[in-house]
Design a protein around this ligand. Sequence first.
Ligand code: AMP
Length: 127
Amino acid sequence: MPYSYDDDNIFAKILRGEIPNDTVLETEHSLAFRDIRPQAPEHVLIIPKGKYVSFDHFAQEATAEEITDFTRAVGEVCRKLGVAPGAAGGGYRLISNAGRDGVQEVPHLHVHVLGGRVLGPMLAHPA
Ligand code: AMP
């Protein structure tokens, strides 16, 4: 089934400036801001400015420029937060929830960057 984008989702409102956010990084095609309910000492969300619901939607329909910008933004956020192992950080985890089984709350693509402590097992309830 093709994706249809909900313009009323909370990240769309953030992008339109209707809701405040704690910005960490802004680029031409991406925005990174602190998660309102942090689950680790460092918890930042990176979103593309374009109307993409999930990672596979983005991978299929985004331009090469958007994909490059977004990928580099994720890396830059990791370095800015001081969690990038290549810059003496302790490491991080990237998560992008999609759809029902991924338990996605906000239907606008976002990558969570989590770090600042040892994060433990990947899933709370492994299969
Ligand atoms: P997900 O389950 O991957 O869709 O996660 C959505 C994330 O968005 C959650 O971690 C929420 O805490 C976060 N969130 C929801 N509203 C806001 C907001 N206004 N500002 C920052 N983060 C938010």
